[in-house]
Design a binder for this molecule. Structure first.
Ligand SMILES: Cc1cc2nc3c(=O)[nH]c(=O)nc-3n(C[C@H](O)[C@H](O)[C@H](O)COP(=O)(O)O)c2cc1C
Length: 147
């Protein structure tokens, strides 16, 4: 059984809900899906020991949030090269955050990114049947990459 770490930030709970359904999708594949809030990651050691990493952040002011920027600098030191990765987030209209995270994981950390790309949901989709299923499918796709 592999282990997938899902780290997220969420102000109003939408991205948190996405994290929970992504973790469920991971578990459908027989792997462990562990969810952590971004402020629970105190140092680089908290990122050790996982097969895959999925990071989530909502878009505020067409950007990722400051704590996610700090987290991404920390994760740079976790030697994630070759590890499986994915990114997600909720938004209302422009949705830059998951793309920024996904591209950092792909190009800076050189991770093996899920070929679905990043998962971006409009906040009205979060918690709907289709939205929940999209999150489960995303988690399942990441889980299925673990051999
Ligand atoms: C002050 C503010 C700025 C926002 N800026 C953007 C934005 O630039 N682009 C966008 O797509 N959504 C923007 N949003 C919408 C949030 O991304 C959206 O409400 C999202 O679902 C929040 O996710 P959360 O519940 O995980 O915090 C903004 C929301 C607020 C309150």
């Amino acid at each position: 059984m592999g282990k997938v770490l899902i780290v997220y930030f969420s102000v109003t709970g939408k991205t948190k809900t996405m994290a929970e359904f992504i973790a469920e999708g991971v578990r459908f594949t027989g792997n462990e899906g562990e969810i952590k809030k971004i402020n629970e990651i105190k140092d680089v050691n908290a990122l050790n020991g996982y097969d895959a990493y999925i990071f989530g952040c909502p878009t505020y002011h067409k950007d990722i949030t400051e704590n996610m920027k700090t987290f991404l600098f920390l994760a740079k030191n976790a030697n994630l090269e070759g590890k499986i990765g994915g990114a997600f987030g909720s938004h209302t209209h422009s949705g830059e955050a998951p793309k920024i995270i996904y591209e950092t994981m792909e190009h800076v950390y050189k991770m093996n990114m899920v070929n679905l790309g990043y998962l971006l949901l409009k906040e009205g989709q979060v918690g709907t049947f289709e939205g929940n299923r999209a999150c489960q499918d995303y988690g399942r796709a990441v889980g299925n990459m673990i051999v």
